[in-house]
Ligand binder design. Structure first.
Ligand code: SF4
Length: 466
């Protein structure tokens, strides 16, 4: 959908543009009374099903409801999981399908985790008239208490509104149902957490520059018992070039015997289009010496010299590592580098940086976040350098807890990201790029993950005799 700043919202809707208002129902005051007003452009699913929706209806809801009433539909994870978690009953008639296909299945855990546990925001604490300073943000019991107080506060609000004369004269059910949803969410989170306390971790709170609390999340280590909510059809097909059956089943709570696994024996792309050179320069970790780090960067410099007339990609594990690489490259090669993160200086988006890269014939992207989800096809990248193995950040509390409890998960996460990285620059049969891996730790990952490596990578990794 295109986006354009238009003053006249009615005209914007007619052009099928997206809405920057984004409040599909809101509390407004009418005749001195607070009511919930539903946006006049919002169609109902029945209207869409019966083809009787106004042609000027909101294009977001038209698309969403059209997808729900269609025989087959394509969803992004967030939109689909949102329905599965919160609106399954409401849309039950439309969700009764035989098969669901989940693409990029190696990312499902990251998606599910957004829907389990509890995220608490400063605004919500204020809305419930609670004082955030009374709670200990490093303690699970204190966070359960906060969740409970939030639920209690919403329950009270609902009771007071229902008992008020204003409500009895002119009931405002939209407002009540909004508060009830908030109550349900907090109450359900408390039940989930209490049902399996050892499975939950409190992440470090996010604070603003003045140290004020902004948000905190309480997340499960093991998501397996929550995953079923999202997989409701009789058959599910999970697709990915980088998953291993055992760890995937363990993680998603699937019975291994219920799952058929298709491990494509050969990559469809010719081997000489996707060669991987394990250069084994030095092992990089938190404790690496300065000399080792610099030796790796000097090797990056040399590879950049060897590929001085084409575009390329350098992947590493963190933003400070990106900055260090830039500091030690030769001035000539530094000029070729474009840092590319999910947020960039000058507010540039990742796509904007990549399109600048596309117009620089010898440009090189340097990133700790382009391991997945980016398509550097053909001349956009003819070589890629994996400077550092992408271990998950164990300084994050949930990662550390999960790594302690499920060591295989940690290895499989690292392997998946590494293999995803290998694929960034080879996007079709005719596409080609050379990959260099500099961090010696890669051998350890391959050794530990031997049973998890998909067969399609055996040829390039010299594992054909396995
Ligand atoms: S219903 Fe559509 S047009 Fe109306 S506020 Fe919501 S997104 Fe915007």
């Amino acid at each position: 959908m295109s986006s354009e700043k238009v003053e006249n919202t009615r005209r914007a809707m007619r052009w099928g543009l997206s809405c920057d208002k984004g409040v599909c129902q809101e509390r407004v005051s009418k005749n001195g009374k607070e009511v919930v007003e539903v946006c006049k452009f919002k169609p109902t699913i029945k209207q869409v099903e019966e083809n009787s929706a106004d042609s000027q209806s909101c294009s977001y809801y038209l698309q969403k409801y059209e997808a729900l009433v269609a025989k087959h539909s394509l969803w992004n994870y967030h939109a689909f999981f949102q329905i599965m978690k919160f609106n399954k009953k409401l849309f039950a008639d439309y969700l009764d399908r035989k098969v669901s296909v989940f693409d990029e299945a190696h990312k499902i855990e990251d998606q599910i985790i957004q829907f389990v546990g509890f995220d608490i925001f400063a605004g919500q604490v204020d809305e419930c008239n609670l004082n955030s300073e009374k709670y200990d943000f490093s303690d699970l019991d204190s966070m359960i208490k906060l969740t409970d107080d939030i639920a209690y506060s919403y329950a009270n609000k609902i009771k007071n509104i229902k008992e008020s004369p204003a409500f009895q004269n002119n009931p405002d059910y939209e407002l009540i149902s909004k508060l009830e949803r908030r109550y349900d969410k907090a109450a359900q989170a408390k039940i989930d957490i209490l049902s399996d306390k050892d499975n939950f971790v409190v992440n470090d709170p996010i604070r603003d520059l003045n140290g004020n609390f902004r948000t905190i999340s309480v997340k499960p280590i093991d998501i397996s018992k929550f995953a079923k909510t999202f997989f409701d059809t009789e058959y599910q097909i999970f697709m990915s070039a980088t998953i291993a059956k055992q760890s995937f089943c363990e993680n998603m709570g699937l019975e291994k015997d219920d799952v058929a696994f298709v491990d494509t024996p050969k990559s469809p792309f010719p081997i000489d289009h996707r060669t991987i050179d394990l250069l084994n320069i030095k092992r990089l970790s938190y404790g690496s010496t300065e000399e080792d780090e610099i030796e790796v960067i000097k090797t990056i410099d040399r590879i950049l010299d060897e590929h001085s007339t084409v575009r390329g990609l350098i992947l590493t594990s963190s933003i400070p590592r990106c900055q260090k690489i830039i500091r030690y490259l030769s001035p000539k090669n530094t000029r070729r580098i474009r840092l590319c993160h999910s947020k960039n200086k000058d507010g540039k988006t990742q796509d904007e940086v990549i399109s600048e890269h596309a117009s620089d014939p010898t440009g090189v992207l340097l990133s700790s976040s382009l391991w997945e989800g980016v398509d550097l096809k053909d001349d956009l990248s003819r070589f890629q350098i994996i400077a550092k193995v992408p271990y998950p950040n164990y300084k994050e509390k949930r990662t550390k807890a999960k790594m302690d409890k499920f060591p295989t998960w940690y290895t499989s996460q690292t392997l998946t990201k590494l293999l995803q990285g290998f694929g960034r620059s080879i996007r079709s049969n005719d596409d080609w790029a050379k990959t260099y891996v500099l961090d010696t730790a890669v051998n350890n990952v391959f050794f530990k993950a031997q049973q998890m490596i998909p067969k399609a990578y055996y040829d390039v990794l010299g594992m054909d005799d396995l």
